[in-house]
Design a protein around this ligand. Structure first.
Ligand code: HDE
Length: 737
């Protein structure tokens, strides 16, 4: 964990001078030494010590301010220029440092150096993000999440700029500005923020069935992650890996979280957006500060060159995944995030990812979405970070030297010495030299391309529904119900009936029951016939017959990996548990349950009617983490109510405590109570909805545990919390909360 000595802390607070990029090594080290000696005093940007940072220089105590006051001028000027443009997409994000280690040598697959030696730790910087919202929007928007990893390898930086969903909305980069214009707030009134539930988004989608598969993912609970630490990551496109013998394989990248893939309920997400819009950011930060380092395994699906055309989908089509039943994921390494950034702006904000940052042993394919991204990422940094030297910003610098003849430009930091900035040269001794293959010089995979120059899309790209259906078929019943609800919500927010109807047509192509469910909620009929073509994303002279989607079944009809129901559910590490208590709580059971939960890796907080502390039945002061005012059930994964006559009487009479429990029930969370705390449970709405035989010894399949014995309660509670959510509960019982 991070050292927080007083000196470190002071230098972090004052801005660490060592972050400056060295120019001339000698002068730089002198300068930094000087800075270290003086960094306890406030100075101007010119290094002049400041005596008064409280008052502007004036002509007389009550007189006008003087222009000559370089201290106030500098301070205000700098402040006036503190903002840079936010990212056009993925503006809201959070990041962390960490390390990556390969499990075993991958020489057969790739020559990439960082995938050879299991003893080598490669530093990484990872930024998670939402896509549509602005920098200040909520973490809990229904959206795809960015999952961008910068590997600082010994052969240069490799960026794996992926998402938490394995496919994308569009097949060709030329449609990206349209997609983003459609999903962003509408341009006349800038409404709504960080939401796809509006006319322009669904207008675009309803005319473009190639989005059908991705729509299933963003309408599923994958779009509402429980935390960044519980999301999968995907490279989306098919990449290439090349070994020393120049044998290339197609590869799909996966990140599998060790804590499993979990989500929150949509109602929960909306409440969190109001109560703590920084929910994911705070979670990531706290987990790392507490030493609960998030971990993912890197997986690859490998397809030999010879199998390029073996499947019923095109490997170059980014709206398709490779079902794990066809090509299993091989886990080849592990990434651990173990250090929070020191400065949000310097690191999280200024990091510049680029899908084009690759190293020898990795290469691109002709996926037309990937190819367009190769242009966009540098282009966007030129405006966002202010010029061509953004690679010199500390967070973007490779850990190995940069040697080339690029020079000058806005904000150049490096002081290149000598006369020679061209190649070939003799005056500089020929430096820097190009690196041969043996010296690790990058060479592109010599793929043979023999074709006409055309603006066309391959006919292998027109199957838009088979994998959308595969995804839907692979979901559990509650997950399917959530997709129907999400579509009903989103289309319910759409004002234009024709758009809703067009979407019903598309949903009907995917799955009849899905479309019927949404049609009921919208009180609309699924249009039987229409003169409008299903796909209206066509060139002016395009052949309509060619551009209409092909509707066929995938060769794999259902895939276990696509449902979150089967994710890791064998532990409660880092789960957040609320204990509701008041004065008079039984300190024995409270202590026993709390200690057992903490020992199992959970994070436990005591919530009480007041802040600071409560007094137990044995007159002990028990610290309180939050009150009912500052806490909310939506911040926790489970709730426990310990016994204690006065405590349970207080809670039973406290509407906030009862609301807490009702809401936790509504969001399908595990709930436990000592049998002697039944008085509180009986006040809840859901106790009326439980079976008649609900009594002190009942342990419901639905994750409600009442017990007289705290050891028994803890054991059952822990296994219930590990289930994460009891989604089936909401199919049977809805409660107002
Ligand atoms: Fe991006 N994308 N993207 N994207 N993308 C950006 O680059 C773009 C796409 C992704 O945390 C931008 O530095 C185009 C797919 C992530 O800093 C921009 C196309 C996937 C991040 C850009 C795509 C992504 C970005 C905005 C279609 C998943 C955030 C700021 C051809 C595989 C990285 C920036 C971070 C960011 C362009 C499609 C992931 C404008 C043109 C597909 C995770 O350059």
């Amino acid at each position: 964990m991070k050292k927080t000595t007083a000196k470190n802390k002071a230098s972090r607070q004052q801005g660490d001078a060592k972050a400056i990029i060295p120019g001339n090594a000698k002068t730089e080290s002198l300068r930094m030494q000087k800075e270290d000696e003086t960094n306890e005093f406030m100075t101007t940007d010119q290094g002049v010590k400041i005596n008064d940072d409280q008052n502007t220089l004036k002509a007389g105590e009550r007189g006008p301010s003087l222009l000559e006051d370089f201290i106030v001028r500098e301070k205000l000027t700098h402040f006036d220029h503190e903002r840079i443009p936010e990212r056009i997409v993925h503006a809201r994000g959070s990041a962390a440092h960490g390390v990556f280690k390969v499990y075993k040598n991958q020489a057969a697959l790739t020559k990439a150096g960082f995938l050879q030696d299991p003893s080598i730790e490669t530093p990484v910087f990872v930024r998670f993000s939402t896509v549509a919202g602005s920098r200040g929007s909520s973490d809990l928007a229904r959206d795809a999440r960015g999952f961008a990893v910068k590997f600082y390898t010994q052969e240069g930086n490799f960026d794996l700029v992926g998402n938490n969903m394995p496919v994308f909305f569009i097949q060709d980069a030329i449609k990206f500005p349209d997609l983003i214009h459609a999903v962003k707030p509408e341009p006349d009134n800038e409404i709504p923020q960080a939401a796809s539930a509006h006319d322009t988004f669904w207008d675009f989608i309803s005319l473009m069935p190639e989005s059908a598969h991705m729509i299933m993912w963003v309408m599923s609970d994958r779009a509402l992650p429980r935390s960044y630490r519980m999301m999968e990551g995907f490279g989306v496109h098919t990449f290439r890996m090349i070994n020393e013998k120049e044998i290339s394989s197609f590869v799909k990248f996966h990140w599998k979280p060790l804590l499993g893939v979990h989500s929150v309920a949509w109602d929960e997400a909306q409440t969190i957006s109001g109560k703590d819009p920084d929910f994911h950011r705070r979670d990531l930060w706290n987990a790392i500060e507490n030493g609960n380092f998030p971990e993912w395994e890197l997986g690859v699906q490998i397809v030999p060159e010879t199998d390029e055309h073996k499947y019923d989908f095109d490997l170059l089509d980014p709206t398709k995944l490779i079902p794990e039943e066809l090509v299993p994921v091989q886990l080849i390494g592990k990434m651990t995030l173990n250090r929070n950034p020191d400065n949000f702006f310097a690191e999280t904000e200024q990091v510049a990812f680029h899908i084009g940052n690759i190293v020898p042993g990795i290469d691109f394919t002709n996926d037309p979405l990937l190819q367009g991204r190769l242009f966009s990422y540098t282009d966007t940094q030129l405006i966002r970070l202010g010029g061509p030297n953004f690679h010199e910003i500390p967070i973007n610098r490779p850990v190995i030297g940069v040697h080339n003849n690029q020079r000058d430009g806005h904000m150049r930091q490096t002081i290149n010495t000598g006369k020679v900035s061209y190649s070939p040269n003799s005056l500089g001794g020929g430096c820097p030299f190009q690196a041969g293959k043996k010296e690790g010089g990058f060479t592109s995979y010599p793929e043979r391309v023999d074709a006409y120059k055309v603006r066309e899309r391959s006919s292998s790209f027109f199957d838009h529904f088979s994998q959308a259906r595969l995804f839907f078929n692979s979901q559990s019943e509650p997950e399917k119900a959530h997709i129907v609800d999400a579509l009903s919500f989103e289309l319910g927010k759409v004002q234009t009936i024709a758009i809703r109807e067009r979407m019903l047509r598309i949903l009907n192509e995917i799955d009849k029951a899905l479309a019927a469910g949404v049609a009921v909620a919208l009180r609309l009929h699924i249009p039987k016939e229409s003169s409008e073509p299903l796909n209206q994303s066509m060139p002016a002279d395009g052949d309509p017959a060619k551009y209409q989607p092909i509707n066929r079944d995938s060769s794999v009809l259902s895939s276990g990996a696509l449902s979150m129901a089967k994710t890791v559910k064998d532990n409660i590490r880092t789960r957040q548990i609320a204990i509701l208590a008041a004065d008079g709580v039984n300190e024995k059971t409270l202590k026993a349950v709390k200690e057992a939960l903490v020992a199992a890796g959970a994070v436990v907080e005591i919530i009480a009617p007041c802040q600071n502390y409560i007094i137990s039945d044995g007159d002990l002061e028990i610290p309180v983490d939050k009150s009912f005012l500052t806490a909310s059930s939506v911040f926790y994964d489970a709730v426990y109510v310990p016994s204690g006559v006065n405590s349970t009487a207080t809670l039973a009479a406290d509407p906030d405590a009862i609301h807490f429990l009702n809401e936790a029930f509504k969001h399908c969370k595990a709930i436990a109570a000592d049998a002697d705390a039944m008085q509180v449970i009986k006040e809840t709405y859901f106790s009326k909805k439980l079976p008649d035989d609900f009594n002190k010894s009942t342990v419901l399949e639905e994750g409600i545990i009442i017990s007289t014995d705290s050891a028994d309660l803890t054991k059952k509670f822990i296994s219930a919390i590990a289930q994460h959510r009891f989604w089936h509960r909401e199919l049977q019982r809805k409660v107002p909360a």
